[in-house]
Design a protein around this ligand. Structure first.
Ligand code: AMP
Length: 582
């Protein structure tokens, strides 16, 4: 059957034109309260305190589903008290405003309490993905100048103890199993610290420009980047929750992203709480049957997920989905990678709802482009730019190239955004030059290639750089190459994303060996094992190929683009800078 090219908008939601007409940032700010007495703006106040104090205290803020079938609910009043306690515990440990509090936790209730308590103490929350290995953790703790880390005893022994000597100033707070006290000398104990802390707190004065969140993201070269976000970002989290995710007070909202990545914090913690929704948290990893049961039994209203998960569900077929009923489910959206048109239609077949793609990145701090509820969907398009934000397709502008705006529709270029929205990142911590390079003639260059059609819909084309997207996670090839080179057999390594039908890309490494080492399957396995131990399974390469030497530019940079073209059997393009080439 021929598929339609558009999917009609849903009846009740305001049209995109009406959203644009009625929207202003001043109005979005007015949707929030601000700290009492004009003492500023604090994310945690908007997410929890104002609800706890204004009659919503008995409403469920977080409904937690444990891996082993446990279930815990925290209403807004309980979340208020627990996060107050954590803020007080931080202060008691001598952690002050502006200092960085890292978390390395799975999706357990303590993670959410720690996140909100950190913001209440006006410290900076830096969440790490719990599947990271010791090296990515150490790199990020160093960049963020970590003051305190909350983690579990098991994660501490495996991943932190080996690197702890490099962080003499770092205090560690350990969460034990089942509230049991932990037993690592020199660390703080979560249960004890929480018991000793008062559950009342008046949040101190917080400027909207105070640093609140530090999210790490990966570039093509060099170390990971620590993108700085401020308390004012909450204006964006709240407004986009309402406008782009169609969130309403009282909704059961499920964001499947892990808070170790930006989506899991902005929309997996902050946004739904500011709206007064119930945040559903599932500790377990993806499992199609489990997820469908959750959608049905927990009566999820709004579901925010990722294309990899949708594609994994599609493998199970529509029958699995249609075996259940989802009367509450109203809106499905997805982010992080391109959403194939097929997946949008699959949503219609399986759930009787289309999947609404949206686009943003760590630096933008919030959804920038979306298929809004009141908009006709063009499957394959990321949607239109958020009201209040200006987007353009541009050419050039990097490394002194001439810069131009592309005005004709349908022509490919880099997606650029005009800064000025509240959650725009304020810098890469300690890397002024890298930050400055993102801006050209007043535009922020996103690093993504896109096209805009005559009606303003934006279409994703690809990344402008070598960064890899695998199962929704941004992976810097340099970080992977650096870990491989530490193996005694490896002379040089070049890492690319090899296209994959489910994960979009998988990490593939090309390795040249040192004299005396021979390629073999056993050595390839050993290198994969080495990388997994150092980097964690989420970012280690899945495949290794041996080459006698890697293609490099005359200036010595590995030509990943060429490795990728060769892998895919594509034309090699301009190789004039290839060392020893033409
Ligand atoms: P991160 O900073 O980890 O959130 O990754 C941001 C990057 O993910 C973007 O720059 C894009 O390359 C990619 N991305 C995010 N959303 C989409 C989308 N809807 N379609 C295509 N790519 C996306």
């Amino acid at each position: 059957m021929e598929r339609p090219r558009v999917i009609a908008k849903s009846g009740r939601a305001p049209s995109y034109e009406a959203l644009c007409r009625d929207f202003s940032w001043a109005q979005a700010r007015a949707w929030l309260d601000g700290l009492p007495g004009g003492r500023g703006l604090n994310i945690a106040h908007e997410a929890v305190t104002r609800h706890a104090r204004s009659g919503l205290g008995r409403q469920i803020a977080i409904r937690w589903l444990g891996k082993r079938g446990e279930r815990r609910e925290l209403d807004y009043a309980a979340l208020e008290r627990a996060s107050n306690r954590f803020a007080n515990a931080l202060a008691a440990a001598g952690v002050g405003p502006g200092e960085r509090v890292f978390s390395l936790l799975g999706r357990i209730p303590e993670l959410y309490v720690a996140a909100l308590g950190t913001l209440k103490n006006r410290s900076v929350l830096a969440p790490l993905f719990s599947a990271f290995g010791p090296e990515p953790i150490a790199a990020r703790l160093r960049i963020g100048d970590a003051r305190l880390l909350v983690t579990t005893e098991a994660a501490y022994r495996k991943k932190i103890a080996p690197i702890a000597a490099g962080f003499p100033r770092l205090q560690v707070m350990l969460v034990g199993e089942d509230e049991r006290l932990t037993s690592v000398p020199g660390t703080l104990d979560w249960a004890r610290a929480m018991r000793a802390a008062a559950d009342e707190l008046e949040i101190g004065p917080t400027s909207p420009e105070d640093m609140a969140l530090l999210h790490f993201t990966s570039g093509t070269t060099g170390k990971p980047k620590g993108a700085v976000h401020v308390h004012e970002a909450v204006v964006m989290h709240h407004a986009t929750g309402r406008l782009a995710l169609d969130l309403r007070p009282g909704d059961v909202f499920w964001c499947t992203a892990d808070p170790g990545w930006v989506t899991g914090t902005s929309y997996g913690i902050v946004s739904p709480l500011t709206v007064g929704a119930t945040l559903l948290v599932d500790e377990a990893d993806f499992d199609a049957e489990r997820w469908l049961r959750i959608l049905e039994e927990e009566r999820v209203d709004v579901w925010y997920t990722a294309p990899t998960a949708v594609r994994m569900m599609m493998r199970g077929g529509t029958e699995l989905v249609r075996a259940r009923r989802y009367p509450a489910l109203r809106f499905i959206s997805s982010v992080g990678e391109p959403l194939n048109p097929e997946a949008v239609f699959w949503g219609l077949d399986a759930f009787d709802l289309p999947i609404h793609d949206n686009w943003w990145q760590t630096e933008t701090g919030g959804i920038m482009v979306a298929n809004f509820a009141g908009m006709e969907i063009r499957p394959g398009s990321m949607g239109k730019v958020l009201p209040g934000v200006e987007a353009a397709i541009v050419r050039g502008g990097r490394e002194g190239e001439p810069f131009e705006l592309v005005r004709e529709p349908g022509v490919e270029g880099e997606l650029a955004l005009r800064p000025g929205w509240p959650s725009m990142f304020r810098g890469y911590l300690g890397e002024e030059e890298r930050y400055r390079k993102c801006f050209v003639e007043g535009w922020y260059l996103t690093g993504d290639l896109a096209k805009r059609d005559a009606d303003g819909y934006l279409w994703f084309v690809g990344r402008a750089d070598d960064v890899i997207k695998s199962a929704g996670h941004l992976i810097g090839p340099f970080e992977v190459e650096s870990a491989l080179i530490e193996h005694p057999a490896v002379a040089e390594a070049g890492v690319i994303g090899r296209p994959d039908p489910v994960a979009m890309e998988v990490v593939k490494a090309f390795v040249a060996l040192k004299p005396g080492f021979e390629p073999s399957d056993a050595l390839a396995q050993e290198l994969v094992g080495h990388a997994r131990k150092r980097l964690g399974a989420a970012i280690a390469p899945k495949e290794i190929a041996f080459l006698p030497g890697l293609p490099r530019t005359r200036s010595g940079k590995i030509m990943r683009r060429l490795l990728k073209a060769r892998e895919l059997g594509l034309p090699e393009g301009d190789t004039s800078t290839l060392e020893g080439g033409t």
